[in-house]
Design a protein. Structure first.
Length: 120
């Protein structure tokens, strides 16, 4: 019989850190992301660069509670935080002048969660 709980230590630490930050700073964004990450992995969103490019503008701050894939092109500079990146997605984002962050790094840089857009 399959276990119905997560075993990835880093992911469990991230989820508990998000919930703690949400309680301390009273920011509902981090709790929402923690709840999304608690879902089964098969329900984790995978967002292509073409979709990110279509729905964002210059210097946006994007949070993907899943994986960013490299299909498509990126025409403007932005910061993307995600649980994971494909190699081609990371290369295309940095080539466009943007930056790739983990969710933990975003939470440390922006504890209030201001001006963050969720995709996925």
């Amino acid at each position: 019989m399959k276990n119905n709980y997560k075993t990835n230590i880093q992911l469990l630490d991230l989820i508990s850190g998000l919930k703690k930050q949400s309680r301390e700073k009273e920011v509902p964004l981090w709790r929402d992301i923690a709840i999304r990450l608690e879902r089964p992995t098969r329900n984790c969103p995978e967002v292509n660069l073409s979709r990110i490019n279509r729905y964002t503008k210059e210097n946006d701050l994007i949070l993907v509670p899943g994986k960013v894939l490299g299909a498509g092109e990126l025409n403007h500079q932005l910061t993307v935080a995600a649980l994971g990146f494909s190699g081609s997605a990371r290369n295309k984002i940095t080539a466009a002048g943007g930056s790739c962050l983990s969710i933990q790094e975003l939470m440390d840089k922006n504890p209030e969660g201001s001006k963050v857009r969720i995709m996925g």
